[in-house]
Design a protein around this ligand. Structure first.
Ligand code: FPP
Ligand code: MG
Length: 317
């Protein structure tokens, strides 16, 4: 594949390709297509697929479709997720559910998914079909697992890890592993490259969970403390809980058990996070993981794309 494409031109290629994959022209789908393509998404999944195709010197032109399908699956899962979470905004804009209603959001998500699978099928590569089908199962199973566990005080870091594997890391793993498939790499190399994607996805999701407690809405594009208001045991809370005494844990659980959390509860959790230095602990842990990922990338030759990916990694994590 060409190595001298500018990043903007690569992202524009993905956008154009997405435009061709989502063909339906009934008015509501046209609007949703526009919303999906111009949603301000960072295209980090297709970009990581592209980057690994570059690293592995992939000759197969399927990379454009594979990266686009990954983005479509991501977009479809977010349409469904915003219904599940009853979310009014995403990336600072009203969700499809808010604009057109939840029924439309679900059906549009199904449609995007069908478009993606149909394009993937046309590539005639059973190995790709297999890993992408698995990702769809992982996404759905992990959302169910999350619903089962998120308000349960017995949730632990192992369960949390399975949830974030399925809802985020599995698709990141597929983005990198599919590049190794297109490059005809051995099973062992495939596994190593997949592992990079999985670790990147987990880091990404943990960081996303941290935004809820440590970044104001204006900077994150999400409602501040939304997860807390919803009584969800996300990563910062699980890390906080590890650092609490028995009595402090009981108090934390009683706050999470309430029907609704008050402004006083918000002050309580923020003060507790601060006194137990959760932000510093997370910064250290996520920083170490980021260092590993950057080290992994360094084994490949330096390029403008690698540099941009490193910058994205810096910004997102
Ligand atoms: C975001 O998590 C959720 C996901 C990345 C996955 C959602 C998956 C489904 C709803 C299953 C349906 C699957 C398919 C393939 C259609 P979050 O709510 O923690 O993050 P957020 O703050 O970005 O909403
Ligand atoms: Mg959500």
């Amino acid at each position: 594949m060409k190595s001298n494409l500018s990043i903007q031109s690569v992202l524009a290629k993905f956008d154009k390709n997405l435009d061709g994959i989502i063909k339906e022209d009934i008015p509501v789908l046209k609007k949703i297509k526009k919303h999906v393509i111009s949603s301000g998404g960072k295209r980090i999944r297709p970009f990581s697929h592209y980057l690994f195709c570059q690293f592995l010197n992939v000759k197969d032109t399927s990379w454009l479709d594979v990266g686009s399908v990954a983005e479509l699956i991501h977009a479809a899962s977010l349409l469904h997720d915003d219904v599940v979470d009853n979310a009014p905004i995403r990336r600072g804009k009203p969700t499809i559910g808010t604009l057109f209603g939840n029924k439309t959001a679900i059906l549009a998500g199904d449609y995007l998914l069908a478009c993606g699978i149909s394009r993937l099928n046309s590539l005639g590569n059973p190995e790709l079909m297999e890993i992408f089908s698995q990702v769809l199962k992982d996404l759905s199973v992990s959302e169910l697992l999350q619903m089962e566990w998120e308000k349960n005080p017995k949730i632990n870091l192992k369960v949390y890890d399975s949830i974030i594997y399925g809802k985020t890391a599995s698709l990141f793993g597929v983005c990198t592993e599919s590049a190794a498939i297109l490059a005809n790499k051995s099973k062992k190399e495939r596994a190593l490259i997949r592992d990079f994607g999985v670790r990147l996805g987990k880091l990404f999701q943990k960081k996303d969970d941290c935004l809820d407690y440590f970044v104001e809405s204006s900077a994150s594009g999400k409602e501040f403390l939304k997860d807390f208001k919803n009584g969800l045991y996300t990563y910062p809370v699980l890390v906080l809980r590890e650092n609490l005494s028995f009595l402090e844990k009981k108090k934390l659980e009683s706050v999470f058990k309430k029907e609704e959390r008050s402004v006083t509860d918000e002050t309580y959790i923020l003060d507790l996070m601060e006194s137990k230095k959760v932000s510093e602990k997370l910064h250290k842990e996520l920083g170490a993981e980021k260092k590993y990922l950057l080290g992994f990338l360094n084994q490949f030759p330096a390029s403008a794309e690698r540099q941009l990916f490193v910058e994205q990694l810096d910004r997102l994590t």
